[in-house]
Design a protein. Structure first.
Length: 217
């Protein structure tokens, strides 16, 4: 499936919730406008109200500023709620479609594939999508390429501890960086050639194994 079809497929999951997404869009715009208004009001206080010692004007300006800040808090709360709601609906729909697809597969598919492997793959894919959709994904691109092995391990352990509640994506040519991750995806010439845990890829003795042996040597 090419990128265009993937995008269209994903948009099809957004379509049932266009009303909530429209409200979310306008809330985001409103929040941005309110954020821009606060500095302007502070400017009025400093340039006009304080020099003129106009107490009534100052009180009115402060009330407006207070109202804007309250509005920003409400907008942020509602926006976060809608975002999480729509995200969870989309993930639910994906799970249902995936389940419907699985029960329509022929028995031969399940004869060739172990049930545990199927469930493991499904859970990994759904959890990755959920992390991206809900914004709880953290991406590191060659983050430790300039460090020695000991420093790299220390940084890796710290990051895992700090972001343990997030999905983490490591992009690296140094294979020791990704040795302890849940799943490794190997790419060659822009294509995925191998996927699995470190132990699985080493046992298969294919693309990843060759790369790993070269780096050891």
């Amino acid at each position: 499936m090419n990128d265009y079809k993937i995008i269209l497929r994903f948009l099809s999951y957004l379509k049932p919730y266009w009303g909530k997404e429209t409200v979310l869009f306008f809330l985001m715009i409103s929040g941005s406008v309110a954020g821009l208004a606060s500095p302007y009001i502070l400017k009025l206080i400093l340039d006009n109200a304080l020099p003129a010692r106009d107490f009534d004007y100052l009180v009115n300006i402060l009330l407006v500023l207070f109202t804007i800040n309250i509005a920003r808090i409400v907008i942020t709360f509602v926006s976060d709620y809608l975002y999480e709601l729509v995200s969870n609906y989309i993930i639910r729909d994906m799970r249902m479609d995936l389940f419907s697809h699985l029960i329509r597969l022929p028995k031969s598919f399940f004869d060739k594939n172990k049930e545990g492997d199927i469930l493991h793959r499904i859970n990994n894919e759904i959890n990755t999508i959920q992390s991206i959709v809900t914004g709880s994904v953290f991406i590191l691109d060659e983050a430790t390429s300039g460090l020695d092995s000991d420093s790299e391990k220390m940084v890796f352990d710290k990051l895992v501890g700090i972001y343990q509640d997030k999905a983490m994506i490591f992009i690296s040519h140094r294979l020791s960086t990704v040795k302890n991750v849940d799943e490794i995806t190997c790419m060659h010439d822009g294509k995925i050639v191998e996927r699995g845990s470190f132990e699985e890829l080493i046992a298969q003795k294919r693309f990843y194994w060759k790369l790993f042996q070269n780096q050891i040597e």
